[in-house]
Design a protein around this ligand. Structure first.
Ligand code: ASP
Length: 323
C-alpha cells in the first residue's frame, strides 16, 4: 500500500519563476503543484499551500505557526511522512526550529531549490521527488527533521547553506550527510544520536545575533542596553574568545539578567573555556556566558528562543546547551 505523504508548501525559489529581465519573482500559483503528478508514482501525496514566502521573510513566529499547522494537519489525517518546501536562505533555521519543537513522530523532510521553476536544470522537481521518497521510507523514522537536497540527506541540526548558487549548497561541515539517495533506493550511513524536544507555545523572544570582528567598538553594542532583549547570541573567534573592548558591555547585559550564548565564527568545532587572557574563553565562562555545543549562530539563536520558555536561569540554560 502506498504511503500517505503530506507536502506543505511555504514558498522560496522552488515556487518562483525567472522573467525576461532575469528577475526572480514569486508565482501566484505555486509551481510546486505542477510536480504533483510525478510525486504520485512514489506515494499517495496531499499538497497544502500554507505560505508563499521568500524565505528571508520567515520569522520564528511564522515557523511556530507552521509547526502548529503541521501538527493540526497530522491530527486530522494521520500521514506517514511530511515534506516541507521552503526557500533555501533560511531553510536550515526552519528545519532546526521544527527539529526542536515539532511533536509529530513520522519522517519530516525539508527541501527547496536553488534554481527557479522555469530555469534550465531546475532542481526543485528532483529535490521534491527525492524528499517524498525519503519521507515514505521507513528507515527515515527517528532521524529528527532532515533536509533532502541534491541526492543527500542531512540532519537539521548540522546542515547549513554553504554556497550562494550551487545546487550542492547544503552541507553538514564536520559531520557530512547522514544518507544518500540513489535511483532506486534511500541509504542511511549514520543517524543523529538523540533528538531534543521542547514543547512550546510561542516563539517571540527578542534575541539578536552579533558577530565578533577584530577591532570591534563597544559603541556598536551599547544600543543593546536600551533595547528590551530577552537574550543575545555572540559569534566569537575560534575556540570562543572576544575583543576585550566589548566585555564591559556584555557584563552590563548579564547584570541586567540577559543570557548570552557564545558560538564560534568557525564552522567546525565547539567553543571551550581554554584561553585565560582578557576576553578569552575562560574569563567569558567565569562571567556566566553560556557556551554552545557546536551550533552555528543562527541555530543557537533559535535554540535560545525555544529554551527561554523553559528557563531564564543561566545555569539551567547552560545545561540545555550542553545537550
Ligand atoms: N532567496 C530564496 C529564498 O530563500 C532562495 C531560495 O529559495 O533558494 O526564498
Amino acid at each position: 500500500m502506498s504511503k500517505k505523504i503530506l507536502v506543505v508548501n511555504t514558498g522560496g525559489t522552488i515556487a518562483m519563476s525567472v522573467d525576461d529581465s532575469e528577475g526572480v519573482k514569486p508565482l501566484d500559483d505555486q509551481a510546486v503543484n505542477k510536480i504533483l503528478p510525478f510525486l504520485e508514482k512514489h506515494a499517495d501525496v496531499t499538497m497544502k499551500n500554507v505560505l508563499n514566502l521568500p524565505s528571508p521573510h520567515m520569522t520564528p513566529a511564522i515557523m511556530n505557526q507552521l509547526r502548529l499547522d503541521i501538527e493540526e494537519a497530522f491530527e486530522q489525517d494521520h500521514y506517514d511522512g511530511i515534506v516541507i518546501t521552503h526557500g533555501t536562505d533560511t531553510l536550515e533555521e526552519t528545519a532546526y526550529f521544527l527539529d526542536l519543537t515539532l511533536s509529530v513522530n513520522v519522517p519530516i523532510v525539508v527541501t527547496g531549490a536553488m534554481r527557479s521553476s522555469n530555469e534550465l536544470g531546475a532542481d526543485g522537481p528532483v529535490n521534491l521527488i527525492s524528499s517524498v521518497r525519503v519521507a515514505a521510507d521507513s528507515d527515515s523514522l527517528n532521524k529528527g527533521v532532515i533536509v533532502v537536497f541534491n541526492d543527500e540527506i542531512h540532519a537539521a541540526r548540522h546542515v547549513t547553506k554553504t554556497h550562494t548558487s550551487n545546487v550542492a549548497t547544503f552541507q553538514s561541515p564536520q559531520y557530512g550527510p547522514i544518507g544518500t539517495i540513489a535511483k532506486k533506493s534511500v541509504q542511511y550511513h549514520h543517524a543523529p544520536l538523540d533528538r531534543e524536544h521542547y514543547a512550546i507555545t510561542h516563539a517571540d523572544a527578542n534575541v539578536p545575533l552579533i558577530k565578533a570582528v577584530a577591532g570591534m567598538e563597544p559603541s556598536w553594542l551599547q544600543f543593546l542596553l536600551e533595547q528590551q532583549i530577552d537574550g543575545l547570541v555572540v559569534e566569537a573567534f575560534g575556540l570562543g574568545n572576544l575583543p576585550p573592548a566589548i566585555i564591559p558591555t556584555l557584563q552590563q547585559l548579564l547584570d541586567k539578567g540577559v543570557p548570552i550564548v557564545l558560538v564560534s565564527r568557525c564552522y567546525n568545532g565547539q567553543v571551550q573555556d581554554i584561553y585565560d587572557y582578557e576576553g578569552g574563553g575562560r574569563k567569558l565562562k567565569e562571567m556566566g556566558i553560556i557556551f554552545s555545543n557546536g551550533l552555528n549562530g543562527q541555530k543557537a539563536r533559535l535554540k535560545l528562543i525555544v529554551t527561554l520558555q523553559k528557563t531564564r536561569t543561566f545555569k539551567e540554560l547552560q545545561l540545555l546547551f550542553d545537550q
